[in-house]
Design a protein around this ligand. Structure first.
Ligand SMILES: [Zn+2]
Length: 172
């Protein structure tokens, strides 16, 4: 486990304490999304991940945090829905969890969205169709491995580093 700079640790503690900054809302029959209840500045920590369970095999909704390591999170992390133009990106917390950071300013009432390609290297087949409505919607939800190169470049600063390491290992 890497030691963290105090300011990052403080921001994480504050985000964990301020769970009310995001809330789960019903968006349809048996469908839920996570919404901001206050404004977040660009680059702000939006949801601090806390590991609930470490898994050797993926389950629905889990995050991949290493080549053979998957985790579920406490709180709202695993309830955030996919978008091909997401307003949060991911950084590994140092405790093996995924933290969500704002890719741009997020307004109160806005849904928090992440690209599931930032959450895992590959996804189960058949691929789930995407109807996120973003102008750049790819039409299907894939893992990082199958993202177009231009999209990977776009996400370079907000993708957990294990994904880049797996690319180095397998995709070249
Ligand atoms: Zn989409």
């Amino acid at each position: 486990m890497r030691p963290r700079a105090p300011d990052q640790a403080d921001a994480r503690s504050a985000a964990i304490a301020d769970r009310g900054a995001c809330e789960v809302r019903n968006v349809g029959a048996d469908e839920y999304g996570v919404f901001a209840t206050r404004r977040f500045a660009a680059k702000a920590l939006v949801i601090a991940g806390e590991v609930a369970e470490v898994l050797e095999k993926p389950t629905a909704g889990c995050h991949q945090v290493g080549e053979h390591i998957f985790v579920t999170h406490r709180g709202n992390t695993d309830k955030v829905r996919h978008c091909c133009d997401p307003n949060v990106g991911i950084r590994a917390s140092g405790d093996g969890a995924h933290d969500f950071y704002a890719r741009r300013a997020i307004m109160p009432g806005e849904e928090i969205t992440v690209d599931f390609a930032l959450c895992r290297y590959t996804t189960a087949t058949p691929r789930q169709r995407c109807r996120c409505g973003a102008a750049n919607c790819r039409g299907q939800i894939t893992g990082w491995k199958d993202l177009p190169a231009a999209q990977k470049a776009e996400y370079r600063d907000c993708a957990p580093s294990y994904l880049l390491a797996l690319d180095d290992k397998y995709a070249r």
